[in-house]
Unconditional design. Structure first.
Length: 327
C-alpha cells in the first residue's frame, strides 16, 4: 500500500539524483585539489572516481615538499603540491644577468646574486606543471632503490605550448630526460603504458587549468640524457613547422640549453620567457636554502661534463616519436 508507494518514490528520487550527478560530471568533471583523485568521464568513466596511484593521497604539507628545501624524503607518494615551490625565469633577450656571469665559472665561485631571478604569478603555471609531472612519474616508476628528492631532480621534464606556423590553436607537448634505472628494468623515456602515468599527466594538466584535448608526448629512441628535454622541444618545433608560445621546465635549463634557447636558428622568439623550478645547487657560500635558480654547468667541471650535450640541429626528426595522449 502506502509503504510500497513511499519506497517507490524514494527509489525514483535516488535515481533522479544519480542521473543528475552523472550529467553534471559528464559536463564538467571535478578535481579534488587536496588529493590525487579526479572525477571526469573521459578518464574514469561517468560518475566514477579514479586516482593515478591507488589509495595514495598526499595532502598539502609545505615541510614535506621536495623542492622547497634540501630534505630527502623517502617513501613519499604523489602528488607534490607545487604552489609554494620557487619558480625562476630565463629571459630570451635582455637577461637579468649575462650567461657569462652565470655559467662556466671557476669551481670556487658561487652564483650569489647572479642566478636566475625568482618570479611569481600566473605565468609560472606551466613550470609548476612540469615540476609536478616529473615528481609524479618518478614516484610511479619502478625504481626499487631509495626514491629521494635529490635523485628525482637529476632528471628533467619540459612542457611547451606550440602552434602551427600557419595558425590554429596551441597544443601541449612534453619531453623529458627520464633515465630512471630500476632493478631488472629501466625507464629510459616516458613509459606511457605503465599504470597511472598517462593519468598523472592528464590530471596535473587539468588541475592547473590547461586543456587535455591536445596533449602529445615526445619519446627519444636513444641517448636519452644527452638530448635534453628543452632541445627536444625546440628541435621538434623547427622540424614540424611549429612555434613555441610558452615553455616550462622542471629545473632551470642547463648552461648549454640556455644558449640553444636564446641564440642560433633554434632560439625562441624574443618575446618568450622560460619558467622553471629550482636548480640542484645552493647559490650562496653559506649553503642555506631554499634552492635557487642555479643552472647545471654554472661551475667549470660541470660545464665540461656537458660535453655529451646534443645540439638541437643534431636531433633528427626520425629519432623522435610523437604519442597523442589527449582526452
Amino acid at each position: 500500500g502506502s509503504k510500497t508507494a513511499q519506497e517507490k518514490q524514494r527509489t525514483m528520487k535516488a535515481l533522479f539524483l544519480f542521473l543528475l550527478f552523472e550529467a553534471a560530471t559528464q559536463a564538467i568533471g571535478t578535481i579534488d585539489k587536496c588529493s590525487t583523485k579526479m572525477t571526469t568521464p573521459n578518464l574514469c568513466g561517468v560518475g566514477k572516481t579514479c586516482d593515478y596511484k591507488a589509495n595514495m593521497c598526499k595532502k598539502f604539507a609545505p615541510e614535506e615538499t621536495c623542492l622547497n628545501n634540501n630534505n630527502m624524503i623517502t617513501g613519499r607518494p604523489p602528488l607534490l603540491e607545487s604552489n609554494i615551490v620557487a619558480i625562476f625565469k630565463l629571459k630570451v633577450t635582455n637577461p637579468t644577468t649575462a650567461r657569462a656571469e652565470r655559467c662556466n665559472l671557476p669551481d670556487n665561485k658561487y652564483l650569489e646574486d647572479k642566478a636566475l631571478p625568482l618570479v611569481t604569478g600566473d605565468e609560472t603555471r606551466l613550470a609548476r606543471v612540469a615540476v609536478e609531472i616529473l615528481d609524479a612519474i618518478y614516484w610511479l616508476s619502478e625504481i626499487n632503490a631509495n626514491k629521494i628528492c635529490l635523485n628525482m631532480r637529476r632528471f628533467t621534464l619540459s612542457i611547451a605550448e606550440m602552434r602551427d606556423n600557419n595558425g590554429g590553436l596551441d597544443k601541449i607537448y612534453l619531453a623529458g630526460n627520464l633515465d630512471f634505472a630500476g632493478v631488472g628494468q629501466e625507464w629510459r623515456t616516458f613509459e606511457l603504458e605503465k599504470p597511472g602515468v598517462k593519468l598523472a599527466i592528464q590530471y596535473i594538466l587539468k588541475k592547473w587549468d590547461f586543456p587535455t584535448d591536445q596533449v602529445f608526448v615526445l619519446k627519444m629512441r636513444f641517448q636519452y640524457m644527452q638530448r635534453h628535454a628543452e632541445m627536444q622541444l625546440v628541435s621538434f618545433a623547427k622540424n614540424n613547422g611549429k612555434t613555441i608560445t610558452a615553455l616550462g621546465v622542471s629545473k632551470p635549463p642547463c648552461c648549454k640549453c640556455d644558449a640553444g634557447l636564446t641564440e642560433g636558428d633554434y632560439k625562441l622568439a624574443v618575446t618568450r620567457e622560460v619558467f622553471s623550478g629550482p636548480g640542484t645547487h645552493f647559490c650562496g657560500r653559506n649553503r642555506a636554502g631554499p634552492w635557487c635558480g642555479s643552472q647545471y654547468g654554472y661551475r667549470k667541471t660541470e660545464f665540461e661534463f656537458l660535453g655529451g650535450w646534443v645540439k638541437p640541429q643534431n636531433i633528427k626528426k626520425n629519432q623522435v616519436t610523437e604519442t597523442n595522449i589527449s582526452i
